[in-house]
Ligand binder design. Structure first.
Ligand code: FAD
Length: 278
């Protein structure tokens, strides 16, 4: 089969999808599609099923059984613009390849992330890495103004140093993590699914989650069957350990739940009721 061209993907290729207040996701290129996945898989399984519904079933089978290499045959290149603190989390995904704007070479723009009032929350009491309830409006407005004032001040100092001839690599060092950066990022679908599983999760920070959500919608145009299978098999799934499986068996047999420990019971109930893996 020749080079894959997917009409729905061609329509959005190169288009900037806005994320946060000043960021974006843009799909620069894609290589492969649903048909490339099944084509690659059939190399190992031989000629056989051919219809669209059978293609969907094959993709689903591959993902369910973690036969992941056919998904590596689909590759994406994105142009991303995001605050540096989001990029810090992003680059932990080592299986991506990136090239970022150089603040040693370029003069950084006066572009900082300012969280909306609805994002300025208190520290969560039960999740050490998360947000809890919102502040009242006037407190949130005060914090928002403080973000803006700090950003303005640090950019003024940066610009002043640059204007006075300081090396860009030294002038930049006091710029905050809220500064926007840009990079090209390439990843194959297998590793992208792993990235999305982690970063679409409710435990991921909101500011990276919104990028993951946008990427999911973009890649849906390229490989809708694989994305649908990912949502069912990976994104909306939870795993049960041995003790929890035993509890499920007991409950299905009309017996008492053997899990007594309060924390373990909370985790188990949360998975069943909300699909959230605590
Ligand atoms: C909610 C959340 C909270 C987090 N909190 C923190 C934190 O507090 N501090 C922190 O430092 N990080 C934190 N992380 C980052 C996290 O620990 C991972 O580094 C990140 O999610 C990337 O995952 P990964 O290594 O599986 O992905 P990738 O780097 O894309 O790797 C994919 C897979 O390839 C394999 N692999 C890649 N490189 C290697 C290697 N060198 N050796 C062996 N196997 C490899 C592994 O199987 C890995 O799962 C957090 C992530 C999440 C989602």
């Amino acid at each position: 089969m020749a080079h894959c061209i997917v009409p729905a993907a061609e329509e959005i290729l190169d288009k900037e999808f806005k994320v946060l207040d000043k960021g974006f996701v843009r799909m620069v290129d894609y290589y492969g599609s649903d048909s490339r996945i099944v084509q690659a898989a059939r190399v190992s399984y031989g000629e056989g099923t051919k219809t669209v519904s059978q293609d969907g079933a094959l993709i689903d089978y591959l993902l369910r059984h973690q036969h992941t290499s056919p998904f590596e045959q689909v590759v994406f290149t994105f142009h991303l613009k995001m605050p540096i603190f989001v990029a810090r989390q992003w680059v932990r995904h080592r299986t991506g390849r990136m090239n970022e704007v150089s603040a040693r070479y370029s003069i950084m723009k006066d572009e900082f992330y300012v969280p909306e009032l609805s994002c300025i929350s208190k520290q969560s009491s039960d999740n050490k890495q998360g947000r809890g309830e919102l502040f009242d409006k006037s407190q949130a407005e005060e914090f928002q103004a403080a973000f803006c004032a700090g950003q303005k001040k640090s950019y003024e100092v940066y610009k002043d140093m640059v204007d006075k001839g300081a090396a860009r690599e030294i002038a930049r060092i006091n710029l905050p993590l809220a500064l926007y950066t840009e990079f090209y990022w390439q990843m194959d679908l297998h590793n992208l699914f792993h990235f999305l599983k982690l970063r679409l999760d409710s435990h991921a920070q909101y500011e990276i989650r919104v990028y993951a959500e946008q990427i999911l919608e973009i890649i849906r145009t390229v490989c809708p069957m694989a994305v649908s299978s990912f949502e069912n098999t990976m994104a909306k799934s939870v795993t049960f350990n041995g003790e929890e499986m035993e509890a499920l068996r007991c409950i299905l047999n009309g017996q008492k739940n053997p899990i007594q420990d309060e924390k373990k019971l909370k985790r188990f109930n949360e998975k069943i009721k909300t699909g959230i893996q605590l």
